[in-house]
Design a protein around this ligand. Structure first.
Ligand code: ZN
Length: 244
């Protein structure tokens, strides 16, 4: 922000703390907030500063430029809590970077409403479930012995409920981008498969899927393995006939 914008921001502060407006203060704030734009989030940062109870209620609140910077970035990152990149499976790394930055900025600035629910691609199971699956927690009155296999109560629904025909992501696991193998939104083919279309894996994809399944099967008896096993049993993979 420039000096006149800093003066306007200080005018908002003045409404809360009765500080005396001065040209010198505007210049100092403009210098300290040179790379912080004078936008609604900057104004909201001042409002949030003065509407938040300090740790010590007897402290007299007096906002400084670093408060504006920190609170503005907090306001923006709150909008990104449920951010999930919407990519294109065929995008180039350059397109990915441009789109990713564009989508990030659109959500952070509030231009595009932030998703209200957590993306289904983020994170693993809840900690308590992960502990249960790993066998590291034991019920107090449970006798020592082999950990009972957790029962699978329901299948994952939506695109994550099927193996991705595109990137071979296992059931319950997010799709991986072609670039860097980062979690991404489900591939269109996976959405179609989840909607009931016949799943066609290439022979190599089928081999990969079964190999991944075998690997996890030996590694740990977890819910995903069980889901994959049940899925492959119930949905025999259709392998396109190769031309002779
Ligand atoms: Zn995929």
């Amino acid at each position: 922000m420039n000096v006149s914008e800093a003066a306007r921001l200080l005018a908002i502060c003045c409404g809360f703390d009765n500080r005396q407006p001065s040209e010198l203060a505007a210049q100092a704030w403009a210098a300290a907030l040179k790379n912080v734009p004078f936008d609604q989030d900057a104004k909201d940062a001042v409002v949030r500063y003065y509407s938040t109870t300090p740790k010590d209620p007897t402290t007299r609140l007096w906002i400084m430029p670093h408060h504006v910077r920190d609170l503005r970035s907090k306001i923006r990152s709150e909008r990104l809590e449920n951010f999930a990149y919407e990519g294109d499976p065929d995008e180039t790394p350059k397109e990915f970077i441009a789109r990713y930055r564009g989508q990030l900025e659109a959500v952070a600035s509030g231009a595009v409403p932030a998703p209200s629910t957590a993306p289904m691609l983020e994170g693993g199971p809840h900690r308590s479930m992960a502990e249960l699956l790993s066998g590291s927690v034991r019920h107090p009155d449970e006798p020592d012995g082999p950990e009972p296999r957790p029962t699978v109560e329901r299948r994952a629904t939506g695109p994550l409920g099927v193996i991705c025909p595109d990137c071979n992501a296992a059931i319950g696991r997010p799709c991986k981008s072609a670039w860097r193998r980062k979690p991404r939104a489900p591939h269109p083919a996976r959405r179609r498969a989840a909607a009931g279309e016949e799943i066609r894996l290439t022979p190599q994809a089928e081999v990969d899927a079964r190999r991944a399944l075998a690997a996890t099967h030996h590694a740990q008896a977890d819910e995903v393995t069980e889901l994959n096993r049940a899925f492959l049993e119930a949905n025999p993979v259709v392998i396109p006939k190769e031309k002779p």
